[in-house]
Ligand binder design. Structure first.
Ligand code: 9MR
Length: 597
């Protein structure tokens, strides 16, 4: 064969391989499971032997259901019961309650005419792995560090965004920190599908993980994450929190105590790996919400890390000092709104990344004052705020943090002693009233959960609403010992893991039908079919702010597994945190769940 011919053949073979690879890759990356016809919805991970076990059947033609081992041997027969109310789509469901079946093993639920559920397991500690993965997910979100194969497995990657040379945006300039000069602000977690770092959203996320440790220290010491710090004397959940906390500390201007809203690119990065993002990074405008959220987190962190004086010398004191300085700045600057549009009219470059702009700071003041009061025992913090501005009890979100303050006051009651706020009895009453209100009628809905009670629960990041409702119920359970709260917290966990209108287990990598195409840059760009595991996607949201059509506009079905769909299928640190809290809390409390007779 002459050289020309050989070259020609090699080139053709190469071209052909490239074309086939392209076609196969495109086919797989576009593959979206819209409806695989499974008519039985249940927690795809499983159930505790003694606790509630519920499956939901759509359009059942049968009255009976069967639990079968994976070899199809029947182990339990039950009668289906119609839901008392229709679902948000107008249809009644049939409910399979197999709580009384408590033999550990792997099973499927079978209904003649409807078929099989996904397989599930009955065993102790059935959520241990998914609960740990939800915290490990933060390791995968770390900025400024390469993820080594030892910890990250097939998702190992190069370091992204060192953030050692971050520019002061003109909106953030002061006499001592001029526009265009730089600071170092490395570390922290990427916020979500994007690579920016926002203090407001870091606030609630970091605090929720700190609370997980604060509320369940003994259990959380047993949760091992295989992260670089593992094996030191600090529980891994706190090791992971420290990665973000240390970044947050760099976001405060040491000259006046004010905290920058975010560390960001001017515009969102492309859908590329983090090390490819080399655009300039800025800290932008200080704000009241960011500064108070910072104060609250640092005050909380100070009392938690004070228990590790040898491992973390001085950290607790630094946190408290910086929390106090932030509080003082906010008292002097009580109404500095982060209004990105207004800012962009005055300064260049224009910033078009996430806003997290909040216009009402009464809840941030309540939260910061509560945490500072608990950690300092100084009543003046609480005297500076109106703890009960109205009767609302908003489920926590990045912009609604009042309940985080209430939780802290209620659970740290023992610390406040003689200084305990006079509002404490009222706060406890309101927390229990909120929990009662949540569970009232939840058992009548088509999916038998708090989450599916109302179409109003289905906005952007609805899955975090389900998780945060669960957190409310855990707090109420801890206060009252009423097992009904715990049972409905578990039901919302079941909701997230598959007992829901779309039939997805919304945590990547956990369950049989899970999101494969989250709006998450590394998961899209890394060339690995499986997305980063342990991430909670935003979930059903008929708003379609991303203009991607969801398969149904019924609120709890308005979900699509498409990586362009950032309003339904993004992931975010403030969504993962309440899920991590809920799943780990349920594991910690598994023996206290309502037991079968
Ligand atoms: O979670 C945020 C949601 O409540 C807002 O409605 C939405 C639009 O402002 O923004 C969401 O937060 C995004 C942030 O601005 C940037 N990073 C990704 C976040 C999740 O979508």
């Amino acid at each position: 064969m002459n050289n020309n011919l050989r070259n020609y053949m090699m080139r053709s073979t190469y071209m052909l391989t490239a074309i086939i690879t392209f076609i196969v890759q495109t086919a797989f990356s576009q593959q979206v499971i819209v409806n695989d016809g499974v008519k039985i919805r249940l927690n795809q991970i499983g159930f505790y032997p003694k606790a509630s076990k519920t499956g939901i059947i759509l359009n059942s033609k049968s009255n009976a259901f069967y639990i079968q081992a994976l070899d199809k041997k029947n182990v339990f027969t039950g009668k289906l019961k119609k839901s008392i109310k229709p679902g948000l789509n107008g249809d009644f469901t049939d409910v399979a309650d197999f709580t009384s079946f408590n033999v550990p093993g792997k099973y499927q639920l079978y209904v003649p005419g409807s078929g099989y559920s996904y397989p599930f397991e009955i065993k102790r500690s059935v959520h241990h792995n998914v609960a740990a993965a939800a915290i490990k997910a933060y390791y995968f979100m770390r900025a400024s560090i390469p993820l080594k194969e030892r910890y990250a497995g097939k998702w190992s990657r190069a370091e992204g965004h060192p953030d050692s040379n971050v520019l002061i945006h003109p909106s953030a300039a002061s006499d001592k920190r001029l526009a265009g000069t730089s600071i170092s602000s490395p570390g922290g977690w990427y916020d979500a599908g994007d690579y920016n770092k926002y203090i407001v959203n870091s606030g609630i996320s970091t605090s929720t993980l700190l609370s997980l440790y604060e509320d369940f220290p003994a259990y959380m010491k047993t949760v091992k994450l295989n992260i670089p710090e593992s094996g030191n004397k600090i529980p891994d959940v706190l090791n992971e929190v420290l990665w973000n906390l240390r970044w947050m500390l760099t976001m405060q201007d040491p000259n006046d105590g004010g905290v920058y809203n975010k560390l960001t690119n001017a515009a969102f990065d492309k859908m590329e790996m983090p090390d490819k993002g080399t655009e300039p990074r800025y800290v932008v405008q200080k704000g009241t919400a960011a500064t108070l959220d910072f104060a609250a987190v640092m005050a909380q962190a100070s009392r938690i890390f004070r228990k590790f004086p040898k491992e973390l010398p001085g950290l607790a004191d630094s946190c408290l000092l910086q929390a106090n300085k932030a509080w003082e700045w906010a008292v002097k600057n009580p109404a500095v709104i982060y209004n990105q549009d207004a800012m962009n009219k005055k300064f260049e470059p224009k910033i078009t990344t996430g806003g997290y702009g909040d216009g009402n700071f009464s809840d941030e003041f309540i939260w910061a004052a509560s945490e500072l009061f608990i950690s300092t025992q100084k009543p003046e913090f609480l005297k500076a705020v109106n703890l009960l501005p109205d009767t609302n009890m908003p489920i926590p979100t990045w912009s609604q943090v009042r309940l985080l303050g209430y939780y802290a006051l209620i659970k740290n009651n023992n610390l406040s002693g003689a200084n305990a706020p006079k509002e404490l009895p009222e706060l406890k009453k309101r927390l229990l009233a909120l929990a009662d209100n949540l569970i009232n009628g939840a058992g009548e809905t088509a999916y038998q959960t708090v989450m599916t009670k109302s179409a109003r629960h289905f906005g952007w990041g609805s899955n975090s609403e389900a998780a945060n409702e669960g957190v409310v119920l855990i707090q109420a359970y801890k206060l009252s010992n009423n097992k009904q709260y715990l049972d409905f917290a578990l039901a919302n966990l079941d909701y997230i893991l598959g007992r829901n209108g779309s039939g997805y287990s919304y945590i990547t990598g956990y369950g049989s039908k899970t999101p494969m195409h989250p709006h998450h840059r590394p998961s899209v760009a890394d060339g690995i079919a499986d997305p980063i595991p342990g991430l909670l996607v935003g979930g059903p949201n008929p708003g379609m702010q991303d203009k991607i059509r969801v398969p149904s506009l019924v609120p709890d079905e308005a979900y699509i597994d498409d990586d362009r769909a950032y309003a339904a299928n993004e992931i975010a640190i403030n969504w993962n945190a309440p899920f991590a809290y809920l799943a780990n809390a349920i594991e910690a409390l598994q023996d206290q769940l309502k037991t079968s007779k």
